[in-house]
Design a protein around this ligand. Structure first.
Ligand SMILES: Cc1cc2nc3c(=O)[nH]c(=O)nc-3n(C[C@H](O)[C@H](O)[C@H](O)COP(=O)(O)OP(=O)(O)OC[C@H]3O[C@@H](n4cnc5c(N)ncnc54)[C@H](O)[C@@H]3O)c2cc1C
Length: 335
């Protein structure tokens, strides 16, 4: 088996986050000689976390590698790839790595595959599985070019759960970098409360129906906000939205203030991975439902017995008023 490098960056607290441990688990599963390349201000804490993996650890450290920035991240990844001399480079598909690793592959004369959902050895050949055409077709790829960099999507592999310990000091690798970009701060696109929770057991999707005229002829956006937030707080579910709903919010209309384009699920939105999903006031049209590809058990509440969910896209459809159902659910949850 060819030598493997796992690239990981530490978080603000100096530790490795779950996506990095998932990528580590997948890299170990390939079975080759493993090197881990860490990037961060100080990586000793992250190195201790994975001491039990037995991997050789290289690191690029320093204040300039604490924050995500193209020039420094690309230089660090390139230096680690060269120092490790690995043929296969695995990294978690964090926004930080997704931004720089295609450029790094080019600098190294290698190739990159993004959005991988599985890494495996088949007949002693490393293979990568990924979806194409917005999750409609799945393909298994091999490549002859090296280094082959693979970005593994979050939530697709079990996180490595070996023992932590006292790791020897990682071998430091020098990454020469000259950048004019200074980081002055971070603006979060999401004002107010955090509603996207990738690790939640349940995805709760709100559709445009919450903002439509109801049977009494009125619009009840304030009620909708209260019901949805009450449910999210009590259940700790993650919040998704249909395109129609997030577009309304984006236009600054008086609808659900906590809903942004980051919540959008579907063909032009995200494809989250949760064991269960509950769709409310959302029609379940194909461009939306395609984003539910990886939701294992799907339920929907819609007034319309002929909605898209009822046509084979959900396991259970409650033909009911979502305002009434969620009010009762919240009552039962004590929200
Ligand atoms: C190229 C392209 C890409 C697209 N990408 C996406 C995408 O990524 N994501 C996405 O979501 N859409 C996407 N769309 C749009 C998609 O086709 C639909 O227009 C959109 O999903 C509709 O949103 P909705 O179901 O929330 O709203 P509507 O179609 O307006 O449906 C509202 C639903 O709420 C129900 N309802 C109303 N009141 C209640 C109540 N009290 N209780 C229960 N049910 C109620 C109604 O019966 C209705 O079914 C895309 C379209 C195109 C053309």
């Amino acid at each position: 088996m060819e030598p493997i490098l796992l690239l990981a960056h530490t978080e603000e607290d100096g530790r490795l986050a779950k996506p990095a441990l998932e990528a580590l688990g997948a890299a170990i599963g390939l079975g080759g000689e493993l090197t881990v390349g860490l990037v961060g201000r100080d990586v000793q804490c992250g190195a201790n976390q994975i001491a039990g993996s037995g991997a050789r650890i290289l690191a690029v450290t320093g204040a300039e590698f604490a924050e995500p920035r193209y020039a420094t991240d690309a230089a660090a990844a390139e230096a680690l790839c060269r120092a490790a001399g690995a043929a296969i480079v695995v990294a978690p598909a964090t926004s930080r790595w997704a931004r720089v690793l295609p450029g790094v592959a080019h600098r190294l004369g290698g190739r990159v595959d993004t959005h991988a959902t599985r890494l495996a050895m088949e007949n002693s050949v490393p293979t990568v599985t990924r979806w194409f055409y917005r999750q409609r077709m799945e393909a298994v790829l091999t490549r002859s070019q090296r280094p082959w960099i693979v970005l593994l999507e979050g939530g697709c592999a079990p996180a490595w759960d070996g023992s932590a310990g006292e790791s020897a000091c990682p071998t430091l690798v020098e990454a020469k970098v000259d950048t004019r970009t200074t980081i002055q701060g971070v603006h979060s696109p999401q004002a107010g409360q955090e509603t996207i929770r990738p690790d939640a057991k349940l995805l709760f999707v709100a559709g445009a129906g919450w903002t439509k005229k109801q049977s009494d002829g009125g619009v009840h956006a304030a009620d909708a906000e209260q019901l949805i937030l009450g449910f999210l707080n009590a259940s700790k579910a993650s919040l998704g939205g249909s395109k129609s709903l997030v577009d309304l919010s984006g236009e600054g209309q008086a609808v659900l203030g906590f809903m942004t384009h980051l919540n959008q699920v579907g063909q032009t939105g995200s494809t989250p991975r949760h064991p269960k999903g509950l769709s409310t006031c959302c029609h379940g049209e194909e461009p939306h439902a395609v984003g539910w590809r990886f939701i294992t058990e799907r339920r929907a509440i819609n007034l319309d017995a002929n909605c898209g969910w009822a046509r084979g896209k959900a396991d259970v459809v409650y033909v009911a008023d979502a305002f009434a159902v969620m009010r009762k659910v919240n009552e039962l949850l004590g929200a």
